[in-house]
Ligand binder design. Structure first.
Ligand code: 8YV
Length: 332
């Protein structure tokens, strides 16, 4: 009798022509459009599968995998994986993979879109026009802050931070960065970026872009104290994770004229956005779409499929998933 096929859970519909490749190897349990699963539902779906392909909306930790005795791999569609308790999954022998590189440029592009939108008040200006205010135009209507000739500060100089830095050269900006560890000189030169300590970075920023991972040590790194160090005209852009910023402190600084403008793609309680932020004109708010170009989202899903297929011992890269997060789990 033939071996029973492995079974995987596809947590949401993701480009059927790309994820269809899973059917060549596995029995695929598909979820319905728009489902947003909570803990117990995720646990129920993981109970009888060997692998899962998930997005940042699916939160998976010790509780969700408690009854998942067959589970060997979770492929996350995203470079960030703070939706997954990697330690708990690793301890249970479950491999976690992510999707780095394929989204770097698209995300860096969007970081610049947000920076320009906030500094030059693009979305606020459109609301003003649509609301019929143009008749009341004056010479100082909707004045913004320039990008060219300004100092761009980047907190978190991984792939995406470096992508932002490279783009800044075209805007004739001076680039400073802060990172857990200083980059090799050759990379600094290539990115035309100078290292600064965190207080120096905050003080000197005309514009500050956050591109660092969220962890216990970066939680609320940008709090009231950090915001108070920044120029009252500065722009803050967050394309990283919401938890890095104390949103109430940010809203208070923006409302009180202690910070010029902000642009946020990520929030602490996604998909909820604080009313204190929604009430402000000097903040651009987008729904976590920095990686959302068609080509990049397809590439992310394709990489997650490659990871899952290989992690479960199938396909040309059997046993060698391209982008593991906890490679050690494979050996268990
Ligand atoms: C995605 C992201 O929206 O890659 C990340 O870490 O935050 C975004 O690119 C998300 O991960 C989709 O699951």
């Amino acid at each position: 009798m033939a071996e029973p096929r492995l079974r995987v859970w596809l947590a949401r519909p993701l480009f059927e022509d790309v994820t269809g490749r899973l059917d060549q190897h596995f029995d695929v349990v598909r979820s319905a459009v728009g489902n947003r699963y909570a803990g117990a539902e995720i646990a129920a779906r993981l109970r009888d599968v060997d692998g899962a392909l998930v997005t940042l909306v699916e939160r998976i930790g010790a509780e969700e995998i408690a009854g998942a005795t067959r589970l060997r791999a979770v492929a996350n569609v995203g470079v960030g994986y703070d939706n997954i308790d990697v330690e708990a999954l690793g301890a249970a022998g479950v491999l976690v993979t992510n999707t780095p590189d394929v989204l770097t440029d698209t995300t860096a592009d969007f970081g610049f879109a947000l920076l320009m939108a906030a500094a030059r008040r693009v979305t606020e200006a459109e609301r003003w026009l649509r609301d019929g205010h143009w008749g009341r135009w004056s010479f100082d209507t909707l004045l913004g802050v320039d990008l060219h000739g300004s100092t761009l500060c980047i907190l978190g100089m991984g792939r995406i931070g470096q992508g932002i830095a490279r783009r800044a050269a075209g805007f004739d900006m001076r680039v400073l960065y802060h990172n857990r560890s200083r980059l090799p000189e050759a990379v600094e030169r290539e990115c035309r970026a100078e290292y600064a300590d965190l207080p120096g970075l905050l003080q000197r920023a005309d514009h500050l872009v956050l591109a660092l991972p969220h962890s216990a040590s970066t939680h609320h790194l940008i709090d009231a104290g950090a915001l108070a160090r920044m120029k009252p005209t500065a722009t803050l852009v967050n394309i990283a994770r919401g938890g890095i910023v104390d949103e109430l402190a940010l809203a208070a600084a923006l409302a009180g004229g202690r910070l010029g403008a902000a642009a946020l793609d990520v929030y602490e309680g996604e998909p909820r956005v604080r009313p204190e932020l929604l009430a402000l004109d000097n903040v651009v708010l987008t729904p976590h779409i920095a990686s959302a170009s068609l080509a990049t989202r397809r590439a992310m899903v394709a990489l997650a499929v490659d990871n899952l297929v290989a992690a479960l011992g199938c396909g040309p890269d059997a046993g060698r998933p391209p982008t593991p997060v906890n490679a050690g789990a494979l050996k268990r």
